[in-house]
Structure formats: C-alpha cells, structure tokens
Design a binder for this molecule. Structure first.
Ligand SMILES: Nc1ncnc2c1ncn2[C@@H]1O[C@H](COP(=O)(O)OP(=O)(O)OP(=O)(O)O)[C@@H](O)[C@H]1O
Length: 372
C-alpha cells in the first residue's frame, strides 16, 4: 500500500498541515507564494522535520515525532523531481539514471538495463551518452524524470517540474509525466501554478493557504465548485463568501459587509456558504436594472484586460479584502458603455447562474472527499 497520511506542524514556517492521499492518486498542490507547498514536500521527503506530527506511507511510519522516528531521506521510498534537473555534471545521462538502482544495490549490468528502460520510457534513449552540459533544459528534465523513476519510488514528489522550461518544451514533458503517472498508477504530489498541469496530470487538488490545506477535492469539484479564494482564482470563477439566510424556496447568502447574493442550493441558515458564478454570466450596466430574480452589485471598475476574444472587467477588491468580481463582456459592449477603470457600474447576474455551496472548514477535508 502506498497511500500517504501526513499531519504536521512547523511553527517557524506557520505550518499546520493535514493531508491524505490514496494509493495511485496524483494530487495537484496549489496555493499562493509562501503558502507552504514546498514545505509540504520537504516534510514528506524528510528534508525537514516537523515540530510535531506523523508521516505514514502505507503501513510504514516515515516520520513520527512522538516516537522520535525519522527515516533517512534515501530510505523513505520517496523521489523528488525539482524545477531544475540537478543531474550529476560529470556523469553521462545513462549513468545519472543508473545511479538510483546502483545505490540500492543493483549490479552494474542490471542498473544499466533499468536506466535504458526508463530512458526509453521518457523518449531519451538517444541522449544516453551525453553529459548534462550537452543537454537542453527539456532534455535534462527528461533524464531527471527517468532518474527519479529508476529508483522505483513508492511516492513521487514533483515541485513545479515544468516551471523552468520554455513554452515549446513544456507540453512534451507534460505528456511524459502524464504517461508515467497515469500508466504506472504511482502515488504522486505535484506542486504547480499551471491549470494545464492540474487538468492533464491530477486526479485531485489540495489548495494550501497560510500553511493549511483550505480545500481538498477532485479536479472537477475544485474547478467547477471551488470553495476557497485560490481555488476560484485558478478555476477562473467568481466566489463570494458569507452566511446562509432563508429565502423563499431557496437560500441566499449575506456577506459580512451586508450584500445579499441569491442563488440555487438549500443550506441551513447561519452556516458558512460560498456563491460561485462564471464571469461569463455577469453583465455590466450603467444603471441598476430592476428585473428579478437577479443579483445587482454596485461596483467600481479596477481593471480591464483582454481575455480570449472578449474583455474581462474586474471590480475593486471586496470590503473584506477578497478579490473583486470579474465580468466577461464583448469589446463592443465595453466601447458602447464607455467603461474604464474607476467608473461605477452595476454587475448583474441571474440567481439561477449562481450556485451556493457549503464552505469548507479551514482544515483538511477528511469527511466527504472521494476520488472522482
Ligand atoms: N528554508 C526555510 N527556512 C525558513 N523558512 C522558510 C524556508 N523555506 C520556506 N520558509 C518559509 O515557510 C513558509 C512556506 O514557504 P514554502 O516555500 O513552503 O511556500 P510555497 O507555497 O512553496 O511558496 P512558492 O510558491 O513561493 O514556492 C514561507 O513563509 C517561507 O518564507
């Protein structure tokens, strides 16, 4: 069994994390800069020890502060692939990849055979005799992937593995990762800032913010019904938090600055809920329309940017500091309405376009979450 259980605090970095990963699951770890994503990987790989906590891989305890257990980095069955390939410069590609099986006791011929298998799997057989200095960034990253897998890790940690590659190289490496993650059914965590990695590589998502897992769900769940601000940002949807209030046949939400949002979904009065709606569902008006059932928000435009063939109009941040709302409209509408930053307008969205979901507690979600 290669499922992962982690619970760890690390005061010096403001970390209080809890995470469970199923055997064979690939989890995309998302979150703003400094949230604790790399620290999560370091706690698992054993580079960093928690103040208190436990890391278990299957039945094996890798870290347990209660019993003073810290299995050394090389003996944890965990391989890390970083942004930079970090190959040994004095060894050719094949020897770099063979290093992992050699260091676990394989003889030279066996290690070489394992290396050649993995070099083939990542499409790099023709690079076997080259030294790292003779490889491009993308080629070096292929070798690094082969090296990580040649160790036959029980768990693979990927820390922004495509971030250092140019836009032409990244798709090829993403395909390699997709093959090795999907086809081998290996348990893996991938830290990324890229939505493409999430949809191409991951089964589920963990959003980390302020040292805590604030959202955990399947990729579909998080992208269609995010419950955290960061989840909403990456999914490109609007998210407003508040408390449920009773409305006729439905539920509404009231924010702590007194705005009411009508949507679909029934929730117990007083519970924390989030309203989620697409920027494409928002229209922009200069005067408040009165047709109901609609939500009408008086906002000030913060910025406008080209988004595909349209314009995304974003309002100023909410009074609680959360991001402003986005509306996607046509360039013609922007021109007709004379929109510009600083202008007061009304954002309008139909109630049936707004979905109300229960908000997640700001801790790991261990109850209802299942892999989709
Ligand atoms: N070696 C270190 N020593 C002390 N504090 C650190 C160290 N590395 C990171 N931190 C702090 O721990 C917190 C979490 O950082 P971490 O690098 O895990 O975040 P991250 O989510 O990976 O961010 P990024 O997306 O910017 O890489 C931050 O406050 C950071 O300043």
């Amino acid at each position: 069994m290669n499922s992962l259980h982690l619970r760890a605090t690390l005061g010096s970095r403001g970390i209080d994390l809890e995470l469970d990963v199923l055997e064979g699951e690939t989890v995309a770890v998302l979150g703003p800069n400094g949230a604790g994503k790399s620290t999560l990987l370091q706690l698992i790989s054993g580079v960093v020890a928690p103040d208190a906590g436990i890391v278990r891989l299957g039945e094996d305890v890798l870290t347990d502060t209660a019993s003073n257990t810290i299995v050394p980095i090389h003996a944890r069955g965990v391989a890390t692939l970083a942004q930079e390939a970090l190959l040994f410069p004095h060894m050719d590609a094949r020897t770099n990849v063979a290093f992992a099986p050699r260091s676990t006791g394989a003889n030279r011929a066996t290690a070489r055979a394992v290396a050649d298998t993995w070099l083939g799997a990542v499409g790099a057989s023709h690079l076997a005799d080259r030294r790292p200095a003779q490889l491009s960034g993308g080629q070096a990253q292929r070798i690094a992937i082969a090296r990580a897998l040649a160790a036959d890790p029980r768990l693979l940690l990927l820390d922004e593995p495509l971030a250092a590659l140019d836009v032409d190289t990244a798709p090829g490496i993403r395909r390699v990762l997709r093959t090795v993650l999907r086809e081998s059914g290996r348990t893996a965590l991938i830290v990324t800032h890229d939505l493409l990695d999430v949809v191409a590589l991951a089964d589920s998502v963990a959003v980390i913010d302020g040292g805590r897992v604030v959202e955990r769900g399947s990729v579909t769940e998080v992208l269609t019904a995010p419950r955290s601000e960061f989840g909403a940002r990456i999914a490109g949807v609007n998210l407003i938090s508040g408390r449920a209030v009773d409305a006729e046949n439905s539920t509404s939400l009231t924010t702590n600055w007194g705005v009411t949002v009508h949507g679909s979904g029934r929730h117990t009065t007083g519970t924390s809920v989030v309203a989620v709606f697409s920027p494409a569902a928002v229209s922009v008006h200069l005067t408040a329309p009165h047709a109901s059932p609609r939500n009408v928000f008086e906002v000030v435009i913060e910025e406008m940017e080209v988004q595909g063939s349209g314009i995304r109009v974003r309002s100023r941040p909410q009074p609680d500091g959360s991001p402003g709302m986005a509306a996607d409209i046509t360039p013609a509408a922007v021109s007709d309405l004379g929109l510009e930053p600083g202008r007061s307008v009304f954002f309008v969205v139909k109630s049936r376009e707004v979905a109300l979901h229960p908000a997640l507690p700001s801790a790991a979600r261990s109850d209802g979450y299942r892999r989709s």
